[in-house]
Write a protein that binds this ligand. Structure first.
Ligand code: NAP
Length: 313
């Protein structure tokens, strides 16, 4: 719908951070719209079990995502299912442009666009994506029932997703480039005790191979002695971290060397009225609970910023 009155706040991205910001903004009576191009919850929908959301010992990622959106809806948050293609900061109002050319203005914008899975950049990875190469165990694990899969990575995501895949596949290999996991100890213990998981330490993949049916093997390389080997597998799941989705960050807004937005303790960037939260923001712990905390902080800070602007302070 065409905008008649500028918004107070536009939130871009509907993950845990974006929805939390939306809930706080509604409670602060800000005229707010949350714009999300995919389904509510973002990366949360790719997570099987969430076990560290306080107050809930275990909940599926998609169920928690649904709860976030229902909670925001209960406060009347306006949600638009569209893709944002541009954010243009202005002295008075910022302009947010959608893929259909429509434009909205707001006093403040919260960027909550999260991150996307990193790629290995090896031969076969792009070519066989969807034919055995995946970045989401919850989405694609079902296709590997009683089959063999290789998971790449040694962080929380790789281990969590390996445990999920071990419930379906007959054999899960974890290829990790060094001899110690980065993931938390609870996950490490579970993985090392899971009979269907074999860890290939000091191992990277150098190529993914396939036939007409899809992926049928990988070439591995030992990072210590350079020895290569072929390993038969039906699938390759890559969990080697995330890259920030920073394409909408306005020019001149400070980012670190890895492309994460630098914000202050209020999540405000050096571009006045532009806030960055969640996995897009430079910070120590990238967790659902810290994304939500950012959303709260940014919405409260935005409310204060907007109030000052409107009163001419
Ligand atoms: P991550 O913690 O950055 O771990 C990435 C893993 O991939 C590391 O083990 C890294 O190896 C390896 N790696 C990176 N680049 C590689 C390459 N080119 N080739 C081979 N291996 C490579 O990423 P993540 O596991 O996706 O987690 C992202 C963030 O979300 C983290 O802060 C994590 O704690 C959080 N998270 C938390 C939970 C939870 O609390 N339950 C669940 C999922 C994610 P090195 O170890 O050698 O660097």
């Amino acid at each position: 719908m065409a905008e008649t009155v500028p918004h107070d706040l536009i939130i871009i991205g509907g993950g845990p951070g974006g929805y939390t910001a939306g809930i706080y903004a509604q409670r602060a009576a800000l005229k707010t719209v949350l714009i999300e191009k995919g389904i509510p919850g973002g990366q949360l929908n790719n997570t099987d079990e969430v076990e560290n959301w306080p107050g809930t010992e275990k909940i599926s990622g998609s169920e928690l995502a649904l709860k976030f959106s229902q909670h925001a809806a209960a406060y009347g948050l306006e949600v638009m299912n569209r893709e944002v293609v541009g954010v243009e900061p202005g002295l008075s109002l910022h302009t947010v442009t959608l893929d259909n050319g429509e434009a909205f203005t707001a006093h403040a914008v919260i960027l909550a666009t999260g991150g996307s899975p990193k790629k290995m950049g090896i031969p076969g990875e792009d070519q066989y994506y969807g034919k055995g190469v995946s970045y989401c165990a919850v989405c694609d694990g079902f296709f590997f029932r009683d089959k063999t899969v290789v998971v790449v990575g040694g962080g929380d995501s790789a281990l969590e997703e390996s445990l999920y895949l071990a419930k379906l596949a007959k054999q899960v290999y974890i290829a990790h480039r060094r001899d110690a996991f980065r993931a938390g100890m609870i996950l490490q213990k579970r993985v090392l005790n899971e009979k269907r998981i074999t860890v290939l330490w000091n191992t990277v993949l150098t190529e993914i191979q396939a036939d007409a049916q899809g992926v049928n093997g990988v070439i591995t390389k030992n990072t210590l002695d350079g020895a290569t080997a072929t390993l038969a597998t039906d699938g390759v799941f890559v969990f080697i971290g995330f890259e920030p989705n920073n394409a909408l960050v306005p020019a001149g807004t400070r980012m670190n060397a890895n492309g994460y937005v630098i914000g202050d303790e209020k999540c405000e960037t050096n571009t006045p009225g532009i806030f960055a939260i969640g996995d897009l923001k430079e910070k120590y712990a990238k967790q659902i609970v810290t994304a939500a905390a950012d959303g709260c902080t940014a919405a409260l800070a935005a409310a204060h910023y907007i109030e000052n602007k409107k009163s001419g302070a």
